[in-house]
Ligand binder design. Structure first.
Ligand SMILES: C[S@@+](CC[C@H](N)C(=O)[O-])C[C@H]1O[C@@H](n2cnc3c(N)ncnc32)[C@H](O)[C@@H]1O
Length: 919
C-alpha cells in the first residue's frame, strides 16, 4: 500500500464506531497487513503479547485497548512489557476509544490525541508499512490525504463524464480541478468572506437530491469571474453574489463543469471539509500532478522531490550567497536595503518545472530572507518586493503547469500571512494578477531567452486567460531588468533506449551540429546544452539534478566538450547520491547535481558529497572535470594495455555456431555416457549469467589437431555438421568463411592453460563489489564476459576491490541500473601505484581468502553471496581485508569514502598518462 491508500484506510477506521476487541486488527489491516497475517495474530499463533487482550506484532507494534480513562496506565504497561523489548516492537499504542496515545520506542516521540484525531497522525506509523525514508512525510499528512481524495473525485468525474476523458477535453478537466483546489484553499483561509464558504454553498444548494451540482459550481465560478460592478448586469444569482471577484483569469475561459453523480458530490464535500490551511505548496503540487496523469496515478505523486533535495540545488546556486550577505549586513540599514533591492531583481527559472516545487521553495526561502531584512530595518509589515513573476518555468504537461501557478499563488499568500499578517495578506490578495509566468510547452524547442528575458522586452502583455495563454504572451517585461538569473530544476532523465522519436528529434536539433554521437546522450543533456546556450547570451548560473550517467562512461566525451566549448565550466557539483522518494518500494535513482557557468563568473568550484555518516561535505577545487572530481580537461580514453602493469584483459570467445557447440549439463552427461571419448572435448562454458547465477553449461572445445579424433564420436560429428550448415546459411560472408572450420568457435580470444579470471560484462549496481571469479583450465569464457587468461591471482584482488568498483562505475558508465564493464576503458586504464613483490603476495593472499570465504557457503551462487542484504559476514570481511590491503598501497590508510577514492584515482591517472590536469 502506498501512503495515500494508508491515509484513506486510517481515516475510514477513525470514522467507524470504536470496537475495542477489533481495533488492533483493524489498525494493522489499515497499514497493509494481509488477511492471513491478521488471522494468525488473531488466533494467537504470532501474537507475542504478554498483556491480556493486547496484540504484539514482532518488530512492529504492541497495541492494547483498555477501559475508559486508563490509557496512560496502559501505555506505561506496554512500555514496561518485557515482550515489547524482546520482540523489538517499534511502537506501543493504547486507546480506550476516547483518547489515543502512542510512542515510537526507538525515538521516544509520542502521539497524544482524541481518538478520532489519530487519523491525522498516520504518518507517524508509516514505518509499519516499511516506509521510513522521508521524515518529511510526517508533516505532509494533509497533502497525502488531499491527494488521495482529489484522485477519487477525478476518477469518478471521468467515469461519470466519459467525454471529459477525451484528449481534447482533458485540459478543461485540468482547469476545473485547479479551480476547485483554489476554492477549497480560499474558503479555509478567509480569502472568501466568512459566510460565503464554497463547500457549504455547494452542499446547501444541491441538498434537495436534485442533479444540479454542476450548475451550482458553474454559477459560483461565473461570479468569481465577474467584477462586482458588473454583477447585476450579468444576472449573478444572489446566493453566489457574495463571492469575491478573483480574476487572475482563473475563472475565465471555458467554465463548463462536469456533471456530478451522488458519489462525486460526496467526494467533493468530503474534500472541502479538509483543513486546507495546512496545504504545503512545495509538496502538494508534486503529489497532485499525478492525479491527471494516467501512468502516474497508481503511484499518486509518491515520486515527488523532497525539499532537502531541492535545497541541495538552490542553496549553493544562490541562497547560501544571499544568506551570507544577510549575515554580513548585520543591522546596517544600507547594506540590508541593497540586499533587498538585489533580491527583487533575481530571476529563478526552472525549464522543466513540473508543478513548480523548485520555484515555490526558491520563492519561500527568499521571502524568509527578505522578512529578516525588513525585521532588522524595522519595517515588518512592508509589502514584499519580490515579484512572483520573477519565478518562471516551462512545463510540458498542462496540468502541472497550472498547478505550478496555483502553488506559487498559494505560496505568496502564505508568506504574506506569515511575515505580514492575515489582514495585510487578505487586503492585497484579490483580485489575482493575471500575468503569465509559467509556459506550457517543450523546453527543448522553446527560446529560453524570450521566456526568461534577461532584460525587459518592452512589451507588457496580459493574458486573456491565465490558464490558456499563447506562448508569446510570456514576454512580460521584468520591472527589474538587469538582475541576476539562476536556472534550476530536475529535468527528465531518459536513456537513449527509452526516448520517443520526438525526444530524439529534440536532441538532434540541439546536438547534431556539434557531435555525430548525440544518439548516445540522455534526454537531460538537452537542458545542459540549452542552459549553456542561454548562458552565452547573459551571465547566469544553471544547476540541474541529473542522472549521473552524463558524468560517466560514453556520454562524457560526447556531451561535455560541447558544453565546455561555450566557455562554461562546472562551478559546483554534488556527486552521485540516491534520489529517494516516497514510493513504497522507494526505488529511487542515482543522480548528481551539476551547476555550470561561464568562465568569467568569479565563483570558485565546490564539490559536495555525502560523507561517511550521511552528512554533506563540501570541498573547494580549482576546477571540476566532467567526471565530477577535481581536475581539468580529463578524458579517460580506452587503452590497449594496462597502464599499471596488470595482466591483459581480453574478451571471452564467440561460438557463432547456431547452438551446436553448446551443451546443457544433461546433454553433456548423455554425450559422455554414450561415448566416453567425447568427455575430453567437453568444457565448462562460462558467461556472465552462468558465472553469477551458477548455471552449468558446457561446450565442445576441439583444437585443430584433434578434429579427426573428435569426429570419431558420432554425436560430436553430428554437432559439427550442424555448425557447418548454420554457418553456410549465414548472410555474413565472414561467418560463411568459417563453415569449414566447424570444430572451433568463430572468434577465439583465448583459453587459460592453468586458470582464467572471469569478469561479467554487466553487473547490478546494488552489489558492493564486482563479481569476479577464478575458473579452472577446463573452462571456456563466453563472449559476454571478460577474461584474464593465466593471469597472476593478485589481478583478481584488484578487480574485486572497492576502488576498482568506483573507477569502473564512473569511467565505464551504466546500462540502466547496471554497471557496464569494459576491458579497455575500465581495466586497462585503471591506475595503480607501482606494486612491490610483497604487495602482490599480499593481494594474492586476499584473493585466496575471498575464494575460500565463498567456498564455505557452497553451493550458494555469486548472486546469493553478493546480495547486499544477505552477504555472508566472512565474505564481507575477506573483501574488507582486500580493500584495506589495496588502499594502504595507495595512501597508507583506508579511503574515507568513494569521493576520496575517485579523486586519488583521477590524480594518479593524470600523472601516469600525462593527460588532463588533476587537482
Ligand atoms: C523529473 S520531473 C521534475 C518536476 C518537478 N521539479 C518535481 O520535482 O516534481 C520533470 C518534469 O519535466 C517535464 N518535462 C518532460 N519533458 C519536457 C520537455 N520537453 N519540456 C518541458 N518539460 C518537460 C515533465 O512533465 C516533468 O514535470
Amino acid at each position: 500500500m502506498n501512503p495515500v491508500e494508508i491515509g484513506d484506510a486510517i481515516s475510514d477506521l477513525a470514522q467507524q464506531p470504536f470496537d475495542a476487541a477489533e481495533f488492533p486488527f483493524q489498525f494493522l489491516e489499515a497499514f497493509g497487513n494481509k488477511k492471513t497475517a491478521i488471522d494468525r495474530l488473531r488466533k494467537g499463533n504470532t501474537n507475542q503479547s504478554d498483556i491480556p487482550g493486547a496484540v504484539l506484532q514482532r518488530s512492529h507494534i504492541h497495541i492494547a485497548t483498555c477501559q475508559p480513562g486508563s490509557v496512560g496506565d496502559t501505555l506505561t504497561a506496554l512500555r514496561g512489557s518485557p515482550k515489547t523489548t524482546s520482540q523489538k516492537a517499534r511502537f506501543i499504542l493504547a486507546t480506550d476509544g476516547d483518547r489515543f496515545e502512542a510512542e515510537d520506542v526507538t525515538t521516544g516521540e509520542t502521539v497524544v490525541c482524541d481518538y478520532p484525531d489519530f487519523a491525522n497522525h498516520f504518518g507517524f506509523f508509516l514505518p509499519l508499512a516499511g516506509i521510513t525514508t522521508v521524515a518529511q512525510i510526517r508533516e505532509s499528512s494533509f497533502d497525502i490525504r488531499a491527494t488521495g481524495r482529489l484522485n477519487k473525485l477525478y476518477v469518478t468525474l471521468l467515469q461519470d463524464n466519459p467525454e471529459w476523458a477525451a484528449a481534447d477535453r482533458r485540459s478543461d478537466m485540468n482547469h476545473f480541478m485547479a479551480r476547485l483546489i483554489f476554492c477549497f484553499f480560499a474558503e479555509d483561509t478567509d480569502i472568501f468572506h466568512s459566510g460565503y464558504k464554497f463547500t457549504e454553498t455547494v452542499t446547501r444548494m444541491t441538498s434537495g437530491g436534485v442533479d444540479n451540482t454542476h450548475e451550482v459550481i458553474q454559477e459560483l465560478f461565473r461570479a468569481m469571474n465577474t467584477p462586482i460592478a458588473d454583477r447585476t448586469a450579468a444576472g449573478i444569482k444572489t446566493w453566489a453574489n457574495g463571492f469575491p471577484y478573483v480574476n487572475g483569469q482563473l475563472f475565465s475561459g471555458n467554465i463548463d463543469v462536469p456533471r456530478f453523480s451522488r458519489t462525486a458530490r460526496g467526494y467533493l464535500i468530503h474534500i472541502g471539509n479538509l483543513d486546507w490551511t495546512k496545504i504545503n505548496p512545495d509538496i502538494f503540487g508534486s503529489m497532485i500532478q499525478a492525479v491527471a496523469d494516467d501512468e502516474e496515478r497508481g503511484a499518486l505523486g509518491m515520486h515527488y522531490t523532497s525539499v532537502p533535495n531541492i535545497l541541495k540545488v538552490l542553496n549553493p546556486l544562490f541562497l547560501d550567497d544571499l544568506r551570507k550577505h544577510l549575515e554580513e549586513a548585520g543591522d546596517n540599514a544600507r547594506k540590508l536595503l541593497n540586499l533587498r533591492s538585489r533580491m527583487a531583481k533575481i530571476r529563478v527559472f526552472d525549464p522543466a518545472c513540473g508543478s513548480g516545487n523548485f520555484l515555490v521553495i526558491a520563492y519561500k526561502e527568499m521571502r524568509a530572507i527578505e522578512a529578516e531584512i525588513n525585521r532588522r530595518r524595522g519595517e515588518p509589515d512592508r509589502r514584499s518586493e519580490i515579484p512572483l513573476t520573477n519565478f518562471r518555468g516551462i512545463e510540458l504537461r498542462d496540468f502541472p503547469a497550472e498547478i505550478a501557478r496555483l502553488a506559487l499563488i498559494i505560496a505568496e499568500y502564505q508568506c504574506d500571512v506569515l511575515y505580514r499578517g492575515q489582514k495585510e495578506a487578505l487586503a492585497e490578495f484579490l483580485p489575482l494578477d493575471s500575468q503569465n509566468w509559467i509556459t506550457c510547452g517543450n523546453a527543448l524547442r522553446l527560446d529560453w531567452l524570450s521566456i526568461c528575458p534577461p532584460t525587459g522586452t518592452g512589451v507588457k502583455v496580459r493574458g486573456d486567460d491565465l490558464f490558456n495563454t499563447p506562448l508569446d504572451q510570456s514576454e512580460i517585461d521584468f520591472e527589474n531588468a538587469g538582475g541576476e538569473t539562476y536556472i534550476c530544476g530536475n529535468p527528465p532523465y531518459l536513456g537513449s533506449k527509452w526516448q520517443t522519436s520526438e525526444q530524439k528529434a529534440d536532441l538532434e536539433q540541439i546536438f547534431s551540429r556539434h557531435t555525430a554521437s548525440w544518439k548516445s546522450l540522455d534526454y537531460v543533456a538537452g537542458w545542459f546544452a540549452k542552459a549553456a546556450d542561454y548562458g552565452t547570451n547573459t551571465p547566469t548560473v544553471s544547476a540541474f539534478v541529473s542522472t549521473n550517467s552524463i558524468c560517466q562512461g560514453v556520454q562524457v566525451p560526447i556531451l561535455w566538450p560541447v558544453i565546455f566549448a561555450t566557455g562554461h565550466r562546472i562551478v559546483f557539483a554534488h556527486t552521485s547520491f540516491r534520489w529517494a522518494n516516497l514510493a513504497s518500494h522507494n526505488a529511487g535513482v542515482t543522480v548528481a547535481i551539476i551547476a555550470i557557468a561561464r568562465d568569467e563568473t568569479d565563483r570558485g568550484a565546490t564539490i559536495y558529497s555525502i560523507g561517511e555518516h550521511g552528512e554533506t561535505t563540501a570541498k573547494s577545487a580549482e576546477r571540476i572535470c566532467a567526471y565530477l572530481v577535481p581536475g581539468d580537461g580529463i578524458e579517460i580514453k580506452p587503452a590497449r594495455r594496462s597502464i599499471s602493469g596488470c595482466a591483459y584483459m581480453d574478451l571471452g570467445n564467440m561460438p557463432k555456431d547456431g547452438g551446436n557447440l553448446l551443451l546443457s549439463f544433461n546433454e553433456a552427461v548423455e554425450m559422455t555416457a554414450a561415448d566416453p571419448n567425447a568427455g575430453k572435448f567437453i568444457f565448462d562454458f562460462v558467461g556472465s549469467q552462468e558465472f553469477v547465477k551458477g548455471i552449468v553449461r558446457n561446450c565442445l572445445w576441439i583444437e585443430d589437431h584433434e578434429v579427426e579424433e573428435a569426429r570419431r564420436s558420432e554425436r560430436i560429428s553430428l554437432r559439427l555438421d550442424g555448425v557447418r550448415q548454420m554457418r553456410l546459411s549465414s548472410d555474413a560472408e565472414s561467418t560463411r568463411a568459417f563453415a569449414d572450420r566447424s570444430h572451433r568457435f568463430k572468434q577465439i580470444q583465448g583459453r587459460g592453460k592453468s586458470s582464467t579470471i572471469v569478469v561479467p560484462k554487466v553487473t547490478s549496481e546494488r552489489r558492493a563489489y564486482l563479481p569476479v571469479g577464478l575458473l579452472s583450465s577446463h573452462s571456456i569464457v563466453s563472449d559476454n564476459a571478460f577474461a584474464l587468461y593465466d593471469a597472476p591471482l593478485w589481478n583478481m584482488a584488484i578487480v574485486a576491490s572497492r576502488v576498482h568498483w568506483v573507477w569502473v562505475s564512473t569511467v565505464c558508465g551504466q546500462l540502466e541500473t547496471r554497471i557496464r564493464y569494459s576491458n579497455t576503458l575500465g581495466w586497462h586504464t585503471f591506475p595503480l601505484p607501482k606494486l612491490t613483490e610483497q604487495n602482490k603476495a599480499d593481494l594474492t593472499a586476499c584473493a585466496e581468502n575471498i575464494l575460500l570465504a565463498r567456498e564455505t557457503h557452497f553451493p550458494a551462487t555469486i548472486a546469493d553471496l553478493y546480495n547486499p542484504e544477505t552477504m555472508p559476514e566472512n565474505l564481507r570481511r575477506a573483501h574488507e581485508e582486500n580493500d584495506e590491503t589495496l588502499e594502504r598501497i595507495y595512501i597508507g590508510r583506508r579511503f574515507k569514502n568513494d569521493t576520496e577514492r575517485l579523486e586519488k584515482l583521477f590524480e594518479l591517472y593524470t600523472r601516469m598518462t600525462g593527460k588532463g590536469k588533476a587537482a
